[in-house]
Design a protein around this ligand. Structure first.
Ligand code: NAP
Ligand code: ZN
Ligand code: ZN
Length: 370
């Protein structure tokens, strides 16, 4: 493309914590030679978008464009991308390719950074979120509820041909956020796994735990509303409705090797979840409530030697492995397509817990084609 990089993009901009998003211009990072620019075709709505828009964790740096489950078509590639030392996969990206971007768009990538040197970029102290972040040059990062996205090629991923664009979108954040810890903590044959919270992340947690070959996957939800979807649809082997089944923690105690919690509210029955673990079991929190987690009696940890940990998205290598597995085993999220223009209504529905199980926004002209 010969025209100079645009100074402004158009997208759905939040100006404060309460008003609807407005379709208007914003200023993306200046284009550098290690960047890629895409035309956004699809973007999923993640729980993190909702927390960020309402300044739920901390004051958001408005103006802000959220959206970090981005799929689009490459329109511009920096001259340094084909020789990028940090990523062999990014070097191969071509104009016209179908690519995705997840929740991370920057890290220091220095050899003296333990996280980056180990290929664990999502734990770099200088991590840059795809939105509400600042790149090293202090310019702001802006997400995918927009016509275009621009950012470092290191965090841009080719989408395997077998994955449809709309279904691929939620994999970029929700997919890798569940896949990476399930893999890291050994979920596979011989293991029993509980997935808590059957939302965008959680329904993919069930699908990926099955795809990784876990012996038994238990969906754990507050009510039985999602039971049929989880058991008959997603393939869970059992279902626990914590708000309805009396004595559930005792009844199912010591039954799970690993629990992955995607719960986004702070009032979860934390110590009861831990009762479900076997001796030496692992509880992984990936949901990020705005309130502190509930208090825990020391005996909840001591009695069975259980471990409580957390996990932040996944590395670029995790994303590539996850996309390959999803394409091979047809791990496809359950999505509901919405027009990008319908974003404000979709955000209200997401906030109200109506998504089954992920809304994916589509940019107008693409809806007919993809
Ligand atoms: N660690 C990371 O890297 C990472 C990455 C992406 C997102 N996140 C975070 O993960 C969380 C989930 O995101 P999502 O997109 O999956 O959201 P979501 O689609 O809204 O799903 C969240 C699920 O949590 C359960 N839940 C909600 N409030 C609860 C409460 N008070 N007590 C118990 N369960 C509750 C619900 O499941 P049931 O109806 O089945 O009970 C709900 O479907 C968010 O906090 C998000 O910010 C973290
Ligand atoms: Zn996310
Ligand atoms: Zn680093």
């Amino acid at each position: 493309m010969s025209s100079p990089p645009a100074k402004e993009f158009k997208g759905w901009v939040a100006h404060d914590a309460t008003n609807p998003l407005k379709f208007t211009t914003f200023t993306p990072k200046p284009f550098t030679e290690t960047d890629i620019e895409i035309r956004v075709t699809h973007c999923g709505i993640c729980g993190t978008d909702v927390h960020t828009l309402r300044s739920g964790w901390a004051p958001t740096d408005y103006p802000c464009v959220v959206g970090h489950e981005i799929i689009g078509i490459v329109e511009r590639i920096g001259t340094a991308v084909p020789t990028l030392p940090s990523s062999e996969a990014s070097r191969k990206i071509q104009i016209g390719d179908r690519v995705g971007i997840g929740a991370q768009s920057g890290a220091c990538l220095r050899s003296d950074c333990e996280a980056c040197a180990d290929g664990e970029e999502s734990y770099c102290a200088r991590i840059v979120g795809t939105y509400n972040g600042r790149y090293a040059d202090k310019s702001k990062s802006y997400g995918g509820f927009a016509e275009k996205w621009r950012g470092p090629a290191h965090f841009v991923f080719k989408i395997p041909d077998g994955l449809p664009s709309a279904e691929a979108a939620p994999l970029l954040c929700a997919g890798v956020t569940v896949f990476a810890p399930l893999k890291k903590y050994g979920v596979g044959p011989g293991k029993t796994v509980g997935i808590v919270g059957i939302g965008g992340l959680g329904h993919l947690g069930v699908l990926f735990a099955k795809a990784l070959g876990a012996d038994r996957v238990v969906a754990i939800s507050r009510s039985s509303n999602k039971k049929a979807d989880a058991v008959q649809g997603l393939g869970a082997d059992a279902f626990i409705a914590t708000g309805e089944e009396k004595g559930w923690a005792k009844k199912h105690s010591r039954s799970l090797d690993v629990i992955l919690s995607t719960v986004s509210g702070g009032d979860m029955p934390f110590s009861q979840y831990l009762r479900l673990l076997k001796r030496d079991g692992t509880f992984i929190q990936v949901g990020a409530p705005e309130e502190p987690l509930p208090q825990l009696a020391a005996f909840a940890l001591i009695q069975k030697g259980v471990k409580v940990t957390g996990s932040n998205i996944g590395s670029p290598e995790d994303i590539r492995q996850m996309l390959q597995l999803a394409a091979q085993k047809r791990v496809l999220p359950w999505i509901q397509k919405r027009s990008m223009e319908d974003v404000n209504a979709a955000l209200v529905d997401m906030h109200d817990g109506k998504a089954r199980y992920r809304y994916v926004l589509q940019n107008g002209e693409e809806q007919a084609k993809l």
